[in-house]
Design a protein around this ligand. Structure first.
Ligand code: ADP
Ligand code: MG
Length: 260
């Protein structure tokens, strides 16, 4: 299998709106290796959601190619794309998008329906994933009985259900308070560092973006040439309680003692 999970060649996206053309993406060339955690930072309206939707086959580019796990997905018919979305890509959204009438466990099981897994296998996998995101005790709770941060943890577990090649997260901390947003980005960092999960996250929040391995910048639909090394690449992580530096291997914050 290729070292590159995701590659784009000269992506353009033009929306036509009431006779007007809006160029949301322009000549995007991006390469994401297996095991990377890339954040793409840009202000509101810079094209972040459009880019993520095109990368995840929720939308097609106007021109250019998206190559996912060595397959040019831009050439595939719609009925093939749904398989890619289901098996290759895990999505995490700003608004969590959990089904309110299902429990945490059932929300995580949902993407596995119809994939050939037995009920019991689905349940085991969902339990394992809720444990991984620190929610083993909450599996029977409906989303409304979970905090915003817990809901996002469930959504992250759901994104991992079919063991995707890549997780795409659109402003995953956008609806969270200051403390919780660090917990969530730290969880993404942990999944990347300890389980090799490949992640592309878009955000307008520079402090959140800096937690990745690499930080890229999007401006007016264009990816800038500059790139920054993120904290994870330097093995620098920040305690969600006191904001001071901690290491990936720390179980407790050496400064304030909080369990990490
Ligand atoms: P971001 O996520 O960075 O805020 P978006 O990708 O949502 O940016 O939007 C980029 C640009 O494309 C904006 O100018 C936005 O108004 C425009 N846009 C987004 N979606 C559509 C659409 N469906 N139709 C027309 N214009 C759109
Ligand atoms: Mg957006």
């Amino acid at each position: 299998m290729s070292e590159l999970v995701l590659e784009t060649e000269k992506i353009d996206k033009i929306y036509k709106l009431g006779g007007r053309r809006i160029r949301a993406l322009s000549d995007i060339n991006l390469k994401v290796k297996r095991g990377d955690f890339v954040s793409i930072m840009g202000p509101s309206g810079s094209g972040k959601t459009t880019l993520l939707n095109v990368l995840g086959c929720l939308d097609r580019p106007t021109s250019g190619k998206v190559i996912l796990d060595g397959v040019d997905v831009t050439a595939l018919p719609e009925k093939e794309l749904y398989k890619i979305r289901r098996y290759k890509v895990g999505f995490v959204f700003q608004t969590f998008n959990l089904l309110p009438y299902l429990s945490a466990l059932e929300n995580v099981e949902l993407p596995m329906e119809g994939t050939g897994k037995s009920k019991r296998e689905m349940r085991e996998r969902a339990r394992e994933l809720l444990k991984l995101v620190g929610l083993a005790e909450r599996e029977d709770h409906k989303p409304l009985r979970l905090s915003a941060g817990e809901q996002q943890r469930v959504a992250i577990a759901r994104a991992l259900a079919n063991n995707p090649s890549i997780v795409l997260a659109d402003e995953p901390t956008g609806n969270l308070d200051a403390k919780t947003k660090y917990e969530i980005v730290r969880l993404l960092g942990k999944l990347n560092a300890e389980h090799g999960t490949t992640i592309v996250m878009v955000t307008h929040d520079g402090a959140i973006a800096s937690h990745a391995r690499r930080v890229l910048f999007l401006s007016d639909g264009k990816l800038l040439v500059k790139e920054k090394m993120g904290l994870l690449a330097k093995e620098k992580l920040v305690c969600p309680a006191c904001g001071r530096e901690v290491q990936v291997e720390h179980a407790f914050c050496p400064h304030c003692g909080r369990k990490l």
